[in-house]
Design a protein around this ligand. Sequence first.
Ligand SMILES: [Zn+2]
Length: 220
Amino acid sequence: MEAITTAMDTTLDIIESETGFLVGGEYGGNAVEVARTDSGLQCQCFIAQVSHDDCEHIRAVREYIASVPLSLERPMLSQADADYYLSKLGELDTTIAANMESAEEQVKRIKLWLEVETGKIQQKKNYYLLALDNWMHMNEFSTKQLVAGTLKVRSQQPEIKINDEAKVLMDERFVRIVPEKRALDKTALRKYCMDTGEEIPGIEIILKPHKFCYKLNGGV
Ligand SMILES: [Zn+2]
């Protein structure tokens, strides 16, 4: 990795997009984003936050723009450059994976803490709930408005659970015939549209942009 980095020219260390520039770090460090804003170039690095002078990243971008003013003249990527960028994607994916693993570990601890604390509080709540439920029943209230709020008791419908459907179906009183249903044959519709390109009444064909994807070699 070191060898590739040192062999690279400075233009490769800057990637341009509509929103800004990604400036590669020296000695394989983290790349930093310099954004294009209405008030000019803005860098996220520490130096840029604390200083009024341009940081090294903004200086590098200015140099880059000055050396190749027209975007048409910007250098083309070689295959080796593309390969290097792909390896950079891999590094970023590894960082994301490590961050997620760390966050999940923390989330697990937080969830356990929340579970334990909620359990303790719920135990206390149960005393109040039981006392109030009993009080409502003793007084045969269904609704009671109090200063602190309103209590309600609602009787619930019993649930009918079917354990053996075949057995129930043998009793003709509880059988109904479901009529044949008309449903869309989506496979046939898709094939027709793809073959003819025709938008039949009632549909809309939405074209989608191509998808770019990548897959990295190695176990990382
Ligand atoms: Zn900076």
